[in-house]
Design a protein. Structure first.
Length: 284
């Protein structure tokens, strides 16, 4: 007998069962993978549960489910992630943009004028999410995106072109701010690697085993990059310029110490009131 074709609702149910214990939201992941296979929205899924998948669709869905059961992030499977209202291409060469990083973008937007031609540098740009979001919001700003990875810079350039801000951006291979030594900026922003090596095994497999280690781990204590970046940023900022850096849980006290000779040191909390962004101003 010919094999019975899989219906949409059956596909979601089976997918959710397979992802149970793998994902914290197995049904959501199963639905998202299926919707990308059939190229329809959730309303179609809810109103046409009996629609049958073609053999090609069923094969694609099974392949993606298999990748997800191996803990591969759904963003890498689909090749994209939303950030600050924009859709970004992502690959295993870059960190997946996260909602908490939006607080860094919001933090800078709250601290700089929007009607001036600012010079801003994003250190460790990865997918370019921070730099592109800032260029999109600050129409007069010029953005410099730095990364030590050629592959990451290629992804960032692709995203800048997609969101039509590439004309106000430049992309340079650099270890922190080395490539722009001697230049001066109105703001330095960064989501640096800040996970301590000792915490490696405690990370979720989809983070630890798939996202680039160079973008995650900040040495034995997690502060290696902060200790290098903060003094470099002082030299690179114009008087009165801003440094904003994403930070990890429990790092506030140490960052207060590292920023002790800066002006206007403050922290931006996330929705759970956890400090997520360190903000400091260079003395005018």
């Amino acid at each position: 007998m010919p094999r019975k074709k899989l219906q949409l609702k059956q596909a979601v149910d089976q997918g959710a069962d397979k992802l149970s214990g793998i994902s914290t939201q197995p049904r959501r992941d199963a639905e998202l993978l299926l919707l990308n296979v059939i190229k329809r929205d959730r309303a179609f899924l809810l109103t046409h549960p009996g629609t049958q998948l073609t053999p090609e669709q069923a094969m694609q869905y099974a392949e993606w489910l298999q990748r997800r059961t191996a803990h591969e992030p759904i963003q890498y499977i689909l090749g994209e992630q939303e950030f600050f209202g924009l859709t970004f291409a992502v690959t295993p060469d870059v960190l997946i943009p996260r909602p908490e990083t939006e607080h860094l973008v919001e933090g800078l937007l709250a601290r700089v004028p929007h009607d001036q031609p600012l010079q801003i540098v994003d250190v460790g740009t990865g997918s370019g999410a921070i730099a592109v979001a800032l260029a999109h919001s600050l129409q007069l700003a010029q953005l410099t995106a730095l990364d030590i990875s050629d592959s990451a810079l290629a992804v960032a350039q692709r995203n800048a072109k997609t969101h039509q801000v590439a004309g106000r951006m430049r992309f340079l291979k650099s270890d922190l701010l080395d490539a722009v030594a001697g230049e001066h900026f109105d703001a330095v922003v960064s989501n640096p690697p800040y996970v301590a090596e000792a915490d490696r095994e405690s990370l979720e497999p989809q983070v630890r085993d798939y996202e680039p280690a160079v973008a995650l781990f900040g040495g034995a204590t997690g502060f290696d990059v902060y200790e290098r970046l903060i003094p470099q940023a002082r030299k690179s900022l114009k008087p009165g310029g801003w440094l904003l850096m994403e930070m990890g849980l429990g790092q506030k006290k140490s960052l207060v110490g590292l920023l002790s000779d800066w002006d206007e040191v403050s922290f931006v909390d996330d929705l759970q009131r956890i400090p997520r962004v360190a903000c400091a101003r260079r003395k005018a």
